[in-house]
Write a protein that binds this ligand. Sequence first.
Ligand SMILES: Nc1nc2c(ncn2[C@@H]2O[C@H](COP(=O)(O)OP(=O)(O)O)[C@@H](O)[C@H]2O)c(=O)[nH]1
Ligand SMILES: [Mg+2]
Length: 444
Amino acid sequence: MLDRISDKLSDVLRQIGGQAKISEKNVRDAVDEIKIALLEADVNLRVVRRFVNRTLEDATGDAVLKSVKPGEQFVKIVHDRMVALLGDERKGLELRGPDVSSVVLLLGLQGSGKTTTAAKLARRLTREGRKPLLVAADLVRPAAVDQLNVLGRQVEVEVYSETDATDATKVVGNALKYGRKAGFDTILVDTSGRMQIDETLMAEIAEIRRISEPDEVILVADSMTGQNAVDVAKAFDEAVGLTGIILTKFDSDARGGAALSLKSITGKPIKFIGVGEKLEDLEPFYPERIASRILGMGDIVSLVEKAQETIDESEAMELQEKMQSATFTLQDYLDQFQRVKKMGSLQSMIEMIPGMKGKIDEDDINESEMKHEEAIILSMTRQERLNHRIVGPPRRKRIARGSGTSVYDVNRLLKKFEKMRLMMKKMTKNKKYQANMMSRLGGM
Ligand SMILES: Nc1nc2c(ncn2[C@@H]2O[C@H](COP(=O)(O)OP(=O)(O)O)[C@@H](O)[C@H]2O)c(=O)[nH]1
Ligand SMILES: [Mg+2]
């Protein structure tokens, strides 16, 4: 799956990613090759152009070219752009609680995988503790109703169908009545497709949509049809309005054109992918994972992410200078807090403020105290943060009130901060510390 595009892109990235120094020309050449790979993968031209422009914008600045590992930074940039292209965050089905019946319509061309996907979803929802009902509303394709009945039996989900019915809207109306009364919390409607987009079909679906007031209107699209899947999605979205897309036959999709274009072109998220004919072959769509799969560069990306989490070179230098000259302020301290929050660990903060390691008491590093300290600093004016010495008793009282802490807490923080500054100054003058700091920077 996605083998072809992945081979190409990982080649380009492996080349540039491993280089110790890169020029703007290297970046442009790499981006050119990426562009060709995307076009060959049948990614929409507009999407390719935007991708290329944004990647160049991000990658040609000094911040990348002059960084310690520019090749790796570049890989990370391409990866992030790719994640954005695929839709950023994972989006699942948005259904209501078990006390009301949610309705999910599945739409798409004939053969795209609607009926199979309906059964796959039913299976999945059952495992999540929901109680789905499948509705056979494809009255066009001969044997479609039988097919759903067979699949329903396999996943042990009830199927609502009517023999000899001719009006799909009526069937759906009846199914809703039945499903609500019988306590099904999710009603999955398998609609009929056509070979191509067609007015009668759109009218029928619009009518089904109107009477069923669905929570989700999902286009089931065949990823192997590439750009055609994108055109179909646009047409369905304009005619009936979609809430999301399920891309089927992802297991046989070597190119990835549909996956990479759909979100940007339609604005609708891909929610699941079908990865095989079996009923368990349905996976949630995670933009991040697919991007890593396409680029084949998972380790580099996580490496760069880690490096970005720790302090970057110029910031470290600046911090060091501040510590040496004891101009490290409460604002800087607060900035470190915010960094820790991003990283989620206190240990990393200690490691980032050099000289703090092993120098502070156990109870100086507890999370709830950090929250207090943060609240206290946030209640200070900018002036106060930049010069804590102006914070006399009246200000302390105000700050305590503003932060929901006590004057005792404020005093404690200010005292601790003063002590910390002194210690930093001493530490940074130490030769061994300086050598250590330099080696840490080099190591990134
Ligand atoms: N390999 C693969 N085949 C699939 C997938 N989803 C559906 N199919 C196959 O595609 C064909 C058409 O599926 P069907 O559900 O009948 O499509 P419908 O006409 O849209 O209802 C069937 O042979 C399915 O087994 C998938 O994710 N991967
Ligand atoms: Mg079908």
